[in-house]
Design a protein around this ligand. Sequence first.
Ligand code: BG6
Length: 483
Amino acid sequence: MKFTADRLLLFGATGDLAQRMLLPSLCALHADKLVDDDLAIIGTARSEYSDEEYREFARVALEKFLPEHRKPAIDSFLPRLSYQHLDATNLEHFPQLAQKLGTVGRGISKGLAIFLSTAPSLFEPTIAGLAASGLAGEATRIGLEKPLGTGLATSRHINDAVASAFPEDRIFRIDHYLGKETVQNLLALRFANIMFEPLWNAAHIDHVQITVGETVGLEGRVGFYDGAGALRDMVQNHMLQLLAMVAMEPPAHYDATSVRDEKVKVLRSLRPIRADETVRGQYGAGAIAGAAVPAYAEELGRPSTTETFVAIKAHLDNWRWKGVPFYLRTGKRMSRRVTEIVVQFRNVPHSIFDGKGARTQPNRLVIGIQPSENITLSLMAKVPGLDRGGIRLREVPLDIAMDDAFAGPTRRIAYERLLLDLIEGDQTLFVRRDEVEAQWDWIDGVRDVWEDNGIMPKTYFSGSSGPEAAVALAERGGVTWHE
Ligand code: BG6
């Protein structure tokens, strides 16, 4: 059903995500007049705030996390906010919430958008409370923040609970990587240009690398992270979504059904991995940007077998990608923050330059997603000269820095787009149930391989590029990680 919500209900409204991302994103949308004047935002959490106290809480968060040029909008944004204290495990609290929703905004609500960023253990009681208090009707859609389960079984359980109150076309599962500009730009690169698609297959591509490196460590998320680890925190969602966008067939349309149909086919063709196709790591002490940082176990306060780094050599068993490895790598406390995709093409089948003493290097496309957004295509070119001693060829980059190419448009953070899509009801950049379950199915297989083979995390120095074994994993396939 198509409607633009005029009430946005935030569960987990005092949490870290709300402070860092959701409130700043909403304030930015407000400042640019991208949300209607009548959009009322209702926060809810356990803390007992009045409306006024919550606005004060939000003001502090916005002062801290908004960029300077956005801060003048804070005063006019805050009146949109109100607050209702709620214990999601107590059904009796929901009628009050429903009542509150009736008293905010202008007139009778036309539509409600709900954003759930609470502990997953609260999903089920929250859904039950919403349904019982009449807040899950046809004019409500619900956004769910990860983690959506810890494996296929728990993910199904959550999906079933949500499905008991909401049909799939009103469920918005968030993977914030899909809200990133450069991730969407992948679709433009692949499907708005003629030259890549004919080469985008096993005949012309040797392998693909996807790296998500972070310099941060636990960041105080002790309770959550140690129970999750890098595989579930990063690979299950963000990295597999990136892989799906790189590998999918061209969708017929740019809409929720066509795009997600193609992604799920990719996710379902992931081959179960073997024990020698994966490496786990955990950061030891080291230095990031010259400053000493402690080991994971020290931050945690006890020894742990949770991985903070994963490398995987993945394969897609389908026609297009047969025999093309996808090397995935992610870790915390790595030498630099970088998200990038490297598409390594094959070499030319025959080089006319061999007899002239010159070697050709295979082309490489590097798609930088963050921190800088750029696309670099390495091409072979002749070194200028009269070539008396033979021809010399050299790789030269064809470099597009998005910031330079598009200096005008405002750069938006992922949640601005995703919140707006949730309010307006566009599911294209949200993850469908079959996708999330295909992702978990494959991830469960990886965990089984770890368990069956006693694969434990290898220590790596903070500030390095991960354990040596990850280098060896790539080298066994004749590949060097792109640094
Ligand atoms: C989150 C993970 O989903 O993504 C975090 O839970 C991680 O552990 C974060 O730090 C990375 O997001 P971004 O946008 O900073 O790359």
